[in-house]
Structure formats: structure tokens, C-alpha cells
Design a protein around this ligand. Structure first.
Ligand SMILES: C[S@@+](CC[C@H](N)C(=O)[O-])C[C@H]1O[C@@H](n2cnc3c(N)ncnc32)[C@H](O)[C@@H]1O
Length: 223
């Protein structure tokens, strides 16, 4: 699996890339995903800002090598990472987090009982259909739960079902669909899924939106 290769290389400090159907190739921010000594101070601040939203049991969907799952666990917040890469899950568990090797669209533990769901590092793009992903997220949360979603810094970006693949120096993965959304697009999509944007924060150019389960007695978004 290409993701396993990417994370093995990340652990060794080696780069990998994402390529789109038009042939555009961009280096993956693997150092940021690895966390720990690979992180910049800006990365650390953004991570702290995003996990500050999580005060109860948290599901980290597409956790990668699990720096956020680990940080939450160390802070005493019950957290479970989910990723289809066995190497990502192994790294998460080795660093002191808890993760399971599962598809986020499969039946996950404690569905309907999570206080928070994290979609960090652009993971709102998983599957290429953010509306379907948000419906899945809503079903994982309890009635007063929230989702913390990292979005593009340009508010009206809404780019769905884009074909991309990961590449290393010597291997090329299968094409898969991905999406990118900005805060304005996310707000509209969230409503359809029974969620509502409550807060948006920015940290060093990265933007995080807190979505709350929609209920008539919840207030509107405030800055
Ligand atoms: C953009 S990376 C995010 C990295 C991660 N948040 C981190 O900090 O390292 C996306 C991650 O989602 C995982 N992934 C993609 N599709 C998935 C799916 N359907 N179910 C579970 N994990 C998935 C990939 O294996 C990858 O680790």
C-alpha cells in the first residue's frame, strides 16, 4: 500500500508527493504529519489550536501517524485514531496513542457516542465527497457533539471528486478521489448533514471550523 511506503519514508525523513490528473506534482507535508521533532513551531501552534476544541472522547479520522491522537491522549482526553494504513496505525500506537486500521466509512466503535470528530490536515477531502463524509461524521457524534474540520484558506473553494495519487521515489499508488473545501462551502454542506458552523479560527494560515450538531436551541456562529 502506497500510504505505508509514504509513512515509512516519512519516519526516515524522506519526501513523497501527491500528483493530480493534470500531472501537477506537489510534495506531501509529511514532516507536519509526522509531528514530534519534525514539527515547526507554527505546526505545533496550529495543532494546539485544533485540539483545544476537543474536551471529551475524540475520533481522529484519517489519523496518519497520529500526532494529534497522541497529543490528546497525553492531555488525558480519550482519543481513537482511524486509518487504513497499517504503518500509520503502528506509528500512532508506538508513540502512545490508540488507533485502529479501519476505513472511516466502515462501522466504527461507539458510533453515535463521540463528543468530537477531528478531520485535520485536509481530511474533509477523504473520499472526494465532503457531503457524504459529513453525513458519516454526524452519525458518529452524539447530540451535543462537534466536528473540527480543517479547511482551505480560500473561503469559497469547493473542488470535489478530484483524482489524485501518492508517489514515492520508487512507487506510484492507485488513483483515488479527493476534495478541497473552504469555510463558505463547508458551511453550506454542513447544514445538509445536520451540522452547523459555530466557530472558525485561523492559526498561521491554517483554518479550522467547529461544526456542532444542529439543534434549535444552539446559537449561530460567533467569531
Ligand atoms: C492527508 S493524510 C492526513 C494525515 C493525518 N491527519 C496526519 O496528521 O498525519 C490522510 C490520511 O487519511 C487516510 N485515509 C484516506 N482514506 C481513508 C479512509 N477511507 N479511511 C481511513 N483512512 C483513510 C490516509 O491513509 C492518510 O493517512
Amino acid at each position: 500500500m502506497i500510504a505505508d511506503d509514504v509513512y515509512r519514508r516519512g519516519r526516515a525523513g524522506l519526501p513523497s508527493w501527491i500528483t493530480d490528473y493534470d500531472g501537477r506534482r506537489t510534495e506531501l507535508p509529511i514532516a507536519r504529519w509526522m509531528g514530534g521533532t519534525h514539527s515547526t513551531i507554527e505546526d505545533i501552534r496550529a495543532d494546539e489550536a485544533s485540539i483545544a476544541f476537543c474536551t471529551g472522547p475524540t475520533l481522529d479520522l484519517g489519523c496518519g501517524p497520529g500526532r494529534l491522537t497522541e497529543a490528546l491522549t497525553r492531555a488525558g482526553v480519550p482519543a481513537l485514531g482511524v486509518d487504513t494504513s497499517s504503518v500509520a496505525v503502528e506509528i500512532t500506537n508506538q508513540r502512545g496513542g490508540f488507533a485502529v486500521e479501519q476505513d472511516i466509512f466502515s462501522a466504527l466503535p461507539r458510533a453515535g457516542h463521540w463528543s468530537h470528530v477531528l478531520l485535520a490536515d485536509g481530511n474533509i477531502g477523504i473520499g472526494g465527497d465532503p457531503a457524504a463524509l459529513l453525513a458519516t461524521v454526524r452519525a458518529l457524534l452524539h447530540q451535543s457533539g462537534t466536528a473540527i474540520v480543517e479547511v482551505e484558506s480560500t473561503p469559497d473553494v469547493d473542488d470535489r471528486n478530484r483524482m489524485v495519487r501518492w508517489e514515492t521515489g520508487d512507487s506510484v499508488g492507485e488513483w483515488f478521489t479527493w476534495a478541497s473545501v473552504g469555510v463558505s462551502s463547508l458551511r453550506a454542506l454542513a447544514v445538509t448533514a445536520g451540522l452547523r458552523a459555530r466557530r472558525t479560527i485561523e492559526s498561521n494560515g491554517r483554518v479550522f471550523v467547529e461544526l456542532a450538531v444542529h439543534s434549535i436551541d444552539r446559537g449561530a456562529e460567533h467569531p
